[in-house]
Design a protein around this ligand. Structure first.
Ligand SMILES: C[S@@+](CC[C@H](N)C(=O)[O-])C[C@H]1O[C@@H](n2cnc3c(N)ncnc32)[C@H](O)[C@@H]1O
Length: 303
């Protein structure tokens, strides 16, 4: 990847007074401004740390899909999703959301997409997936070995564990949206249970009163039928992108015009591309610098 630009000027969304605990070098990777007054900012670093540097009240809406528990390797040290314990994973996510909370406006909302994981505990590594390098995890995953404290073959219940932890932390859980994919990947090796066809999108608010535009829901309520994108800037890569239509709906419902969207696990950049096209500013945090390079290139090409 050729993009190596790092900007030294502070972007609009960064607080000039970083959190005292901050011990990472300047996370600003690249940023730009549009003629319509919006801006985009790519920040490279650990979302738990970098989120705490965002200026208070600078974000209207968070839309994100963090790494799922033991599903992929994003090939970067410090990545979430490969924690040896379920609690470790839940703690990393709850700390990230606690860190970004001051940056969210009082009337701001969070859309959090999470999928679940089975505890197979077979004692041998997960089968190889030749098509997807990122789905090949080295050695024994925590969900392959003993010691997770659940009966073998359990659905772990990851999305709800995270949702309840955030609720405990003071987030108001407003909806547990079911995102249905008719063309979900089949699971032919699972002969004694239904195959998975849905994931969760939790809607949280910071306060009891918040910005929400029901017209943005396009006539659907808490079951969303959205198919994966055939054509996407992030498709064919190993970012595990979610569909643009999913982001469009979240923005239409949860971010005022001219507002700012944050994705603390921005991956291939879907959230930023859609926000940009919908006239919203965007901030993306990503640990893998190669992904930051790709997003920055695409953002510069878009206009
Ligand atoms: C599921 S992907 C996001 C895909 C994105 N929604 C898209 O449409 O392209 C999750 C991303 O989180 C990143 N990530 C993992 N741990 C992180 C951390 N601690 N801080 C920031 N990013 C992290 C991974 O590198 C990966 O790109």
């Amino acid at each position: 990847m050729s993009y190596t630009k790092r900007m030294s000027v502070p972007a609009a969304n960064l607080s000039s007074m970083p959190n005292e605990d901050f011990d990472q070098e300047d996370p600003l990777y690249a940023s730009g401004e549009r003629g319509n007054g919006t801006s985009w900012t790519v920040l490279n670093g650990d979302s738990k740390v970098v989120s705490s540097m965002l200026a208070p009240g600078s974000i209207n809406c968070v839309i994100t899909s963090p790494p799922y528990y033991w599903q992929r390797d994003y090939e970067v040290d410090g990545q979430f999703g490969l924690e040896p314990t379920i609690d470790g994973y839940v703690t990393n996510l709850r700390e990230t959301f606690a860190a970004l909370r001051p940056a969210l406006t009082d009337d701001g909302v969070v859309f959090l997409n999470l999928g679940d994981t089975y505890y197979n505990a077979k004692g041998r590594p997960h089968g190889k997936d030749e098509k997807h390098r990122s789905r090949r995890l080295p050695g024994l995953r925590a969900v392959d070995g003993p010691g997770l404290g659940l009966p073998r073959k359990s659905l772990i219940g990851i999305p709800w564990r995270v949702a309840l932890a955030l609720q405990e932390d003071g987030w108001t859980l407003r909806s547990a949206i079911i995102w249905v994919r008719k063309t979900a990947i089949p699971e032919p090796t699972s002969k004694d249970r239904p195959w998975r066809k849905y994931e969760h999108i939790f809607l949280f608010s910071k306060s009891p009163r918040y910005f929400f535009n029901r017209e943005g829901l396009d006539g659907e309520e808490d079951v969303w039928f959205i198919e994966p994108d055939r054509k996407s800037l992030a498709r064919g890569t190993h970012y595990a992108p979610y569909p643009r239509a999913l982001v469009e709906r979240c923005i239409a419902a949860g971010c005022p015009e001219g507002g700012t969207v944050l994705d603390p696990f921005v991956g291939g950049g879907t959230t930023m591309y859609v926000a940009d096209e919908m006239g919203r500013s965007s901030v993306g945090i990503e640990l893998n610098p190669d992904f930051c390079a790709l997003i920055s290139e695409n953002m510069e090409k878009l206009w």
